[in-house]
Design a protein around this ligand. Structure first.
Ligand SMILES: *Cc1c(COP(=O)(O)O)cnc(C)c1O
Length: 232
């Protein structure tokens, strides 16, 4: 495997070919799929290099790390996605500095983001994280509680509810991977039928983005397949 930072352009080219081929199999346009470069554990220089290679969307999990990188990079041309666990005491900086939040899983967090999003800024794009498997360590709203949460969040000011996100357990079997993504897609369609105009399905990472694209992912979040290993 090409692991050094200097191989980022080569890894990106390979990744884009895989995205294009999965999109073709799904009868979809590759241009309808946003590649979010997950830059946690990577330096601001790596983000700048990825940007020079044409990437515009970056995903970060840890607030302090993300803010340091934002401060080191030019303020325009980059779209920042918060994809980490969101504690209520972190919402203000997220509301002020990010363009998207993918991990909203309770109303209290959404209400704080709505209050704290500056009036001068465009509405904050929000995905609701859904918990599809029994895993205590990961967040996410249970599917049974999703409709109530979605209907409440869609009416909050300064937020734009865009769709759903999932982070299923690492699973080598593509059939099982697809099962999770198919379930998120069904939940997404159910909400659309109930009158919520969603357009984003944030699903798929380095090891399973192809399965996610086959099930309709609009945003894939890829770290290691792009930047290489995050180290120990
Ligand atoms: C780290 C992370 C990713 C990227 O994972 P890779 O396996 O490195 O592609 C995607 N989504 C979330 C929520 C993450 O925390």
């Amino acid at each position: 495997m090409l692991t050094g930072p200097q191989f980022l352009p080569a890894r990106l080219e390979k990744l884009q070919a895989s995205i294009a081929s999965a999109a073709l199999s799904a009868g979809r346009l590759a241009s309808d799929i946003t590649l979010i470069a997950v830059s946690k554990g990577q330096s601001a220089e790596q983000v700048a290099l990825a940007h020079r290679c044409g990437l515009t969307d970056f995903g970060e999990n840890y607030l302090q790390e993300a803010l340091a990188k934002m401060d080191a990079l030019p303020p325009v041309g980059l779209t920042w996605h918060f994809i980490g666990r969101l504690q209520t005491n972190k919402t203000r900086a997220v509301a002020e500095r990010f363009d998207w939040v993918h991990t909203v899983d309770r109303l209290k967090v959404a209400e704080r983001l709505a209050q704290q999003r500056p009036a001068s800024a465009a509405p904050l794009n929000v995905c609701l994280q859904v918990r599809l498997a029994e895993e205590d360590t990961k967040g996410g709203v249970l599917p049974a509680d999703l409709p109530t949460l979605a209907h409440a969040v869609k009416d909050l000011p300064q937020l734009r509810l865009r769709g759903l996100m999932c982070l299923p357990p690492a699973e080598p079997d593509p059939t099982i991977q697809r099962g999770y993504f198919a379930e998120l897609r069904r939940l997404h369609e159910g909400l659309i039928h109930s009158g919520i105009p969603l357009d984003a399905l944030s699903m798929g990472m380095s090891h399973d983005f192809e399965s996610a694209i086959l099930e309709g992912a609009t945003h894939i979040r890829v770290g290691t397949a792009l930047f290489g290993s995050r180290g120990p």
